[in-house]
Design a protein around this ligand. Structure first.
Ligand code: HEC
Length: 97
């Protein structure tokens, strides 16, 4: 079963090999390959968030209006993203469900 899931994940990752996938690669270390983990045991499970909530959160980290005790860490993660990049990542995360 695990192998089947892994295989499907690989296939869907290849099919979605757009910008979102490439950008999400650096997020996976903390949030999990499928956005299924609590990053560093602190964050929400981001694949359970709506696309709009993810976009709002990432913008909020950029301008300092969103986040918990570790928002400084996330600010660094999203610093280089423009609106299109954030949209692409949010689409990627929410279509992984
Ligand atoms: C070094 C580990 C790390 C990396 C890499 C990382 N994050 Fe996070 N992320 C966190 C932590 C910790 C939090 C909770 C921060 C806080 O206190 O608000 C978080 C929070 C979030 C949230 C909001 C969830 C919530 O709890 O409200 C989103 C969305 C998110 N990250 C997306 C991303 C994306 C997209 C990337 C890649 C561009 C990324 N993260 C890279 C550790 C990481």
């Amino acid at each position: 079963m695990k192998k089947i899931i892994l295989g499907l994940t690989l296939i869907s990752t290849m099919m979605l090999a757009a910008d979102g996938a490439a950008s999400f690669a650096k997020c996976a270390g903390c949030h999990g390959q499928n956005a299924e983990k609590k990053a560093l045991g602190k964050s929400k499970i981001i694949k359970d968030m709506s696309k709009a909530d993810i976009i709002a959160a990432l913008h909020g980290y950029q301008n300092g209006t969103y986040g918990g005790p570790m928002k400084g860490l996330m600010k660094g993660q999203v610093a280089g993203l423009d609106d299109a990049g954030i949209e692409a990542i949010a689409t990627y995360i929410t279509t992984k469900k």
